[in-house]
Design a binder for this molecule. Structure first.
Ligand code: AMP
Ligand code: FES
Ligand code: ZN
Length: 288
């Protein structure tokens, strides 16, 4: 079988058709572009900060944003957060630096150790502390440096597995925060997810089709994959489940009535007196 678009050597299937490397990449970029338009993810002249871990998803996002920036007329730079997870972080940082150099994208690096601790100092609940740290640093860095939005590489399976987890734990309202575009307010910067409708397998094939390097090792603290396996299982039984739930979730819009305050220590938005990030600093900092 040949590429159905140009007749060259086939590379992989994309949404029903067989394509060569170049045509696969073009079709993938077209699908991301459609989602960016569908959800009005990026406004004209917006300054976007792309958060890059070096994994397949965020590398795919970086490459597509680079292709789309002229058409949508936005500017963008990237951010890598050095979480201090031993060789995993050192390797990821090197790969992110290489990609940004190759694609000619400005890269900012924020080190968690400058706040007094690293993820390797955290005992128990590592992933939830890490999630809090990443959200805090992305938001604060973006705001303090004049960015309008933060883009992350969350893919379809990330959104859906989080949705199932939230449903299970009785925190369904948290899924509201995973919309393709979540407008900012007060000190919170807008969040966008350009790969909202893309599957992780599509992301990896795209990165390969464009010949970009990416971090292949898993974080040593990686959470269980059971929720993602459930998403794949449901999709196998009910084809079309993923896209249907994603589009329904994107339509869902509740009034944001939650009260918020400002952290007594750092001034960021929080639901209590001291924000979770400052609590983490107090708990894990080596300087205490
Ligand atoms: P995760 O929280 O690991 O599922 O990653 C979700 C998204 O957060 C990634 O696709 C990236 O956009 C962003 N991200 C994760 N880790 C980092 C990091 N160390 N530095 C910058 N962005 C990150
Ligand atoms: Fe945060 Fe693994 S990247 S715990
Ligand atoms: Zn705080």
């Amino acid at each position: 079988m040949k590429c159905q678009r140009c007749g060259s050597e086939p590379f992989e299937r994309f949404r029903g058709g067989m394509y060569c490397r170049e045509c696969f990449a073009v079709k993938y970029e077209g699908a991301v572009e459609s989602a960016v338009r569908r959800y009005r993810m990026i406004g004209e002249n917006e300054r976007v900060l792309a958060a890059v871990s070096g994994g397949k998803d965020s590398v795919a996002m970086l490459s597509v944003l680079e292709k789309l920036k002229k058409r949508f007329r936005f500017e963008f730079s990237s951010l890598f957060i050095d979480l201090g997870i031993g060789d995993y972080t050192r390797n990821s940082k090197r790969i992110v630096e290489d990609i940004c150099k190759k694609l000619d994208i400005e890269l900012h690096v924020v080190r968690l150790c400058d706040y007094g601790f690293t993820i390797d100092d955290v005992s128990g609940k590592t992933c939830s502390v890490c999630g809090n740290v990443k959200r805090y640093i992305m938001n604060r860095f973006a705001r303090e440096n004049g960015f309008d939005s933060v883009a992350t590489g969350h893919c379809a399976e990330d959104i859906l597995s989080n949705f199932l987890k939230n449903l299970y734990s009785g925190n369904i309202q948290w899924s509201e925060k995973q919309r393709p575009r979540l407008d900012g307010y007060d000190r919170m910067v807008t969040k966008i997810r350009p790969l909202y409708e893309m599957g992780e397998r599509e992301n990896i094939l795209y990165v390969l089709s464009r010949g970009l390097p990416f971090v292949e090792d898993e974080c040593p603290h990686a959470p269980s994959t059971i929720w993602k396996e459930m998403v794949y299982d449901i999709e196998r039984r009910i084809p079309g489940f993923k896209i249907s739930v994603l589009r329904n979730l994107a339509r869902e819009r509740r009034e944001d009535s939650a009260e918020y305050r400002y952290c007594r220590i750092c001034g960021e938005i929080t639901s209590s007196d001291i924000c979770q990030f400052c609590r983490n600093v107090a708990r894990f900092s080596r300087n205490q």
